[in-house]
Design a protein around this ligand. Structure first.
Ligand code: OXD
Ligand code: MN
Length: 595
């Protein structure tokens, strides 16, 4: 070990893991630039990282073709009883799961270095932040954690001799025998991959995958699954939400937190540049919000992350110019294509496709190839501080006060552009019934409707019925200081299959209406599904959308909604007696309003 670890629990844990996993070496990370550069050099020397001539200090990695995304089927919430994990999570009893995984961990780091990565989720020392320590045998994980979290020796100082941390154990699950040649992306086969959470012990064990949310344990595992269970116990919220600040022409600020399932444009909205003159949008975070009630009774949010781990395909100067400008240097790309000029390329990026490239699997690619050049889930890892519209308060330890919650999904029909909830309970009803049509990013048939409550289905670390109840209780505590709730759908289509709403920067028109509702300035009409903008309430100046299309976008078809009720009932039934009575009441009232 390169340093002496003063924290007793950490020291004991490192020794215990080392004994089980038998690495050749142990290295405790300090988060310095020098350390990052050395790790990158090592990855370059072994041919794992590919330098990009066109982007300073940026590198491309190619994963194993079997290790390209989060593995929800191999993800477990291991609570003492199955009921505590609830119907939306995979469950194995802790003893059994630990036994299986200990057998896998036995000797799994042979021939490798075991890295100890002390990190903070949230600014180091903030009252909302949490300290984690990830042990991993993947240098790729180390460099990504450097960007996505705050890795620092100051974290160890803060821990002192007895401070608490969340232990996150990760192994790619590929021991190296003496003389055995390493592969470029070692990992275990799918049946040996386990992404396990023990919420009662605040413990994470991940085995077999080197990719994204399976391996960068600060993100989905700690900041959502473990944190949501802690938040329930401690009376705060850990949500799968972007955070943005909108400033109106008079200089008044509004803070919005929005939950969308994957492939609904969350990162684009987080960095959106308004088309409405005089309005300004700044990004606080693009994926996760931790929120606590402040001394003034309002709800304050921080972004616990330090970087963006965004989906590259589809990102362009058209769809997200601020993301494109964030990606100019100091970026790790994974599973993008490589051009002959030494740049990355992906489907949907600006300009013409290159005449020749190397695809994400390392093969020659031309526009005539039948396969995509970049994997659909190809990613960029970029420091949040590099975003040109990062909010100056994004690292404020106390967070920003949330005025508005947005829920949403991708629906080609039925759901209008925007709906305001009648009150908190109705807002929780909208969040708990949120649904999205599946895209290529989801496993299963494209176009199926999948209920993804609060976009937390894959990320809630306990029984989701109890999570709904937690939302109700937070509303009770917040009272009239609670954020207002809205539901949006940017994806409604005309009968001939065209998107009715231009989206992107024009989404600012919808956000403007929300802010004006909060300010008591904009009108709305009551409908069975909630409050909708009346004619003239939505700022459509300069918008290239016909009056008929606008009408269709804001249409409430009671019959179509009635047809949704059985599916909502089925969805609610899965939570059994854990479903809050207040949600049952909401469903009854909804049915009644529909007539
Ligand atoms: C993500 C996700 O990677 O939600 O952020 O899948
Ligand atoms: Mn996400």
């Amino acid at each position: 070990m390169n340093i002496e670890v003063k924290n007793k629990m950490l020291d004991a844990w490192i020794r215990e893991v080392a004994e089980m996993c038998t690495p050749d070496e142990i290295y405790v990370c300090n988060g310095s630039r020098k350390e990052y550069d050395q790790m990158i050099q090592q990855l370059l020397d072994s041919g794992i990282a590919i330098p990009l001539k066109k982007r300073p200090n940026s590198y491309l990695f190619r994963s194993d073709p079997s290790d390209v995304a989060r593995v929800e089927d191999n993800t477990y919430i291991s609570t003492p009883s199955r009921t505590e994990a609830g119907p939306t999570n995979n469950w194995i009893a802790p003893d059994k799961l630990k036994k299986t995984m200990k057998d896998l961990y036995e000797g799994c780091m042979k021939g490798r270095t075991m890295y100890v990565i002390p990190f903070s989720m949230g600014p180091i020392g903030s009252p909302i932040s949490k300290i984690g320590v990830e042990i991993s045998d993947s240098p790729y994980v180390v460099v990504n954690m450097h960007i996505m979290t705050r890795v620092s020796d100051r974290v160890l100082e803060l821990l002192g001799t007895n401070g608490e941390f969340i232990p996150c154990l990760h192994s790619i699950g590929a021991p190296l025998e003496e003389g055995q040649e390493d592969s470029k992306w070692p990992c275990a086969p799918i049946e040996k991959k386990y992404i396990s959470h023990f919420p009662e012990e605040n413990l994470i064990w991940s085995y077999g995958s080197g990719y994204g949310g399976n391996a960068l344990l600060g993100k989905k595992c700690l900041a959502l699954r473990i944190a949501s269970a802690m938040a329930k116990r401690e009376g705060w919220m850990a949500e799968h939400m972007l955070i943005l600040r909108l400033t109106n022409p008079e200089g008044k600020q509004f803070h919005i937190a929005a939950a969308f399932p994957s492939a609904c444009g969350k990162t684009n909205l987080a960095m959106m540049q308004p088309s409405v003159p005089g309005w300004k949008c700044e990004c606080v975070g693009d994926d996760i919000a931790w929120m606590k009630i402040g001394p003034d009774g309002r709800l304050y949010a921080i972004n616990p992350e330090n970087g963006f781990f965004g989906v590259a395909p589809g990102t362009s100067y058209d769809t997200n110019p601020m993301a494109m400008d964030t990606l100019k240097e100091n970026v790790i790309f994974t599973n993008c294509a490589l051009t002959d000029e030494g740049d990355v390329w992906w489907e949907g990026i600006d300009g013409d496709p290159p005449k020749h490239a190397i695809d994400w699997k390392g093969n020659d690619w031309t526009p005539d190839s039948t396969d995509v050049a970049a994997h659909a889930n190809a990613r960029f890892t970029a420091p949040a501080a590099q975003c040109p519209v990062i909010c100056e308060d994004w690292e404020k330890p106390e967070g920003v006060p949330i005025d508005i919650f947005i829920f949403g999904g991708r629906r080609s029909s039925v759901v209008p552009l925007v709906t305001e909830a009648y009150n908190w309970d109705h807002g929780v009803f909208l969040g708990s019934t949120a649904a999205s049509e599946t895209t290529a990013a989801n496993i299963g048939a494209v176009g199926n409707l999948r209920r993804d409550p609060f976009a937390m289905k894959p990320f809630c670390g306990y029984n989701m019925g109890d999570y709904f109840q937690h939302w109700m209780e937070m509303g009770d505590k917040l009272g009239d200081k609670a954020p207002r709730c809205f539901y949006v759908n940017w994806f409604r289509k005309s009968e001939d299959g065209k998107f009715l709403w231009p989206g992107f920067s024009d989404n600012s028109r919808v956000l403007k209406w929300m802010c004006e509702r909060v300010d008591g300035k904009a009108g709305a009409e009551e409908t069975p599904i909630g409050l909708l903008p009346k004619d003239g309430d939505l700022d459509t100046q300069g918008l290239d959308t016909s009056a008929d299309d606008l009408k269709e976008l804001l249409k409430v078809d009671a019959e179509a909604w009635k047809a949704e009720i059985p599916d909502i009932e089925n969805h609610f039934t899965t939570f059994g007696d854990r479903l809050p009575d207040r949600l049952k009441k909401q469903l009854e009232e909804f049915r009644h309003r529909l007539g």
